[in-house]
Design a binder for this molecule. Structure first.
Ligand SMILES: *Cc1c(COP(=O)(O)O)cnc(C)c1O
Length: 365
């Protein structure tokens, strides 16, 4: 028998969440963001749930090839654009749309020979200070691009630094509007947080294309302020394993490396076939939520490479073989949001779903 751990992908939930994004911005087209191998879900596994998208956005050219290999004929956008001039060959061959965020990318385009002009997304730096032209340089970049025979249409994009937090998008939106108000072309601004929090109230925020990522994968972009139930999202990934042993602790007994957890009274603990080498966060402390047979309980002691230990007090009937839900969907309609586990471990849902290790077998529910 293989080691009892697996990840499950839920295509119906992906489709539901994508639809949820569309409902927040019904007049906009939707880029389903599938970078990082569809946020760890696997592009090929996620694709059946995401075919209602208007396009796929990602940043690795090999991933773009995989989306084309699945038969997708619609738009694909490279969110970081080309990394070197010869990437433009692939853009021409596979009809990839690409972001232009710095001057050299315009130089490469100007020297590129292509039969079919490209669809370009010109990126403004609205305050994140990672990629994009400054407001002062934006217009000149637009003019240069618009003079190239290699360019068909120029869309205008930016990426918000604070769509999920208290600062919000007001300042960045003002920067974007000042830099673009008299330029033609489609607009794209919203990631998941902006889509859920700000798109419903403003056509100017929605623009022509939204770019939801994390919400499609059933994680709340502004947890713990709001959870996925609040945003009407469904979990798209389950990580589950089984108990492989149980132990009785006597008062004063400890568990795991460093003996960080000490029992006050007699208690039963379960040993789970999942550890940090499976992608479970090593920094998850005692108290991190977990389900055993669908019943909510807690981690106790340190996460080790191949095992975690859990408190069986609320589940006295649990035995080796009992199902353990690390996150996602458990038995009898139970579920544990990935955001709760991430929060307990001091990280975000994005990191956990991207980190599921290659040794974990993945299947589609
Ligand atoms: C990753 C990414 C997104 C999606 O962000 P989420 O927070 O996952 O919704 C949108 N736009 C760009 C440019 C990105 O890099």
């Amino acid at each position: 028998m293989p080691r009892p751990i697996e990840a499950l992908i839920h295509p119906d939930a992906l489709a539901h969440n994508l639809q949820r994004a569309r409902r927040a911005a019904p007049d906009a087209k939707v880029w389903a963001v599938v970078k990082a191998n569809a946020y760890g879900h696997g592009i090929e596994r996620a694709y059946p749930g995401l075919q209602a998208a208007d396009g796929f956005a990602l940043l690795d050219l090999a991933e773009a090839e995989r989306v084309r290999a699945l038969g997708w004929r619609g738009p694909i956008l490279l969110l970081e654009g080309c990394f070197e001039p010869r990437d433009l060959e692939l853009c021409s061959r596979l009809d990839l749309w690409h972001t232009v965020h710095r001057e050299a990318q315009i130089d490469w385009l100007a020297a590129h020979k292509t039969q079919k002009p490209h669809q370009v997304f010109l990126k403004l730096n609205s305050g994140m200070n990672r990629l994009g032209f400054s407001p002062a340089a934006f217009r000149a970049a637009w003019r240069r691009l618009s003079g190239l025979t290699q360019v068909d249409s120029i869309s205008l994009m930016t990426h918000f630094s604070d769509a999920d937090g208290a600062r919000g998008i007001t300042d960045a939106l003002a920067v974007f509007e000042a830099a673009t108000h008299d330029l033609p072309g489609e607009r794209s601004m919203c990631n998941s947080a902006a889509t859920l929090r700000f798109a419903p109230g403003s056509a100017a925020v929605r623009g022509d294309w939204i770019r939801p990522g994390i919400m499609v994968y059933g994680s709340s972009p502004d947890f713990p302020a709001h959870d996925i139930a609040h945003w009407e999202l469904q979990p798209t990934m389950t990580l589950r394993a089984r108990l492989i042993a149980t132990q009785e602790l006597t008062p004063g007994g400890t568990v795991g490396y460093g003996s960080t957890f000490r029992a006050d009274a007699t208690m039963r603990i379960g040993v789970v076939a999942c550890g940090y080498a499976d992608g479970y966060p090593r920094l998850a402390p005692t108290g991190t939520p977990v389900l055993v047979d669908g019943v909510r309980t807690r981690l106790v002691g340190r996460v080790s490479m191949d095992m975690v230990t859990v408190d069986l007090t609320p589940v006295p009937r649990a035995q080796p073989g009992s199902e353990v839900t690390l996150w996602g969907c458990g038995p009898n309609g139970s579920f544990l949001p990935i955001d709760e586990v991430a929060h307990a471990a001091g990280t975000i849902g994005y990191e956990l779903m991207c980190a599921v290790a290659p040794r974990v077998p993945v299947s589609v529910a």
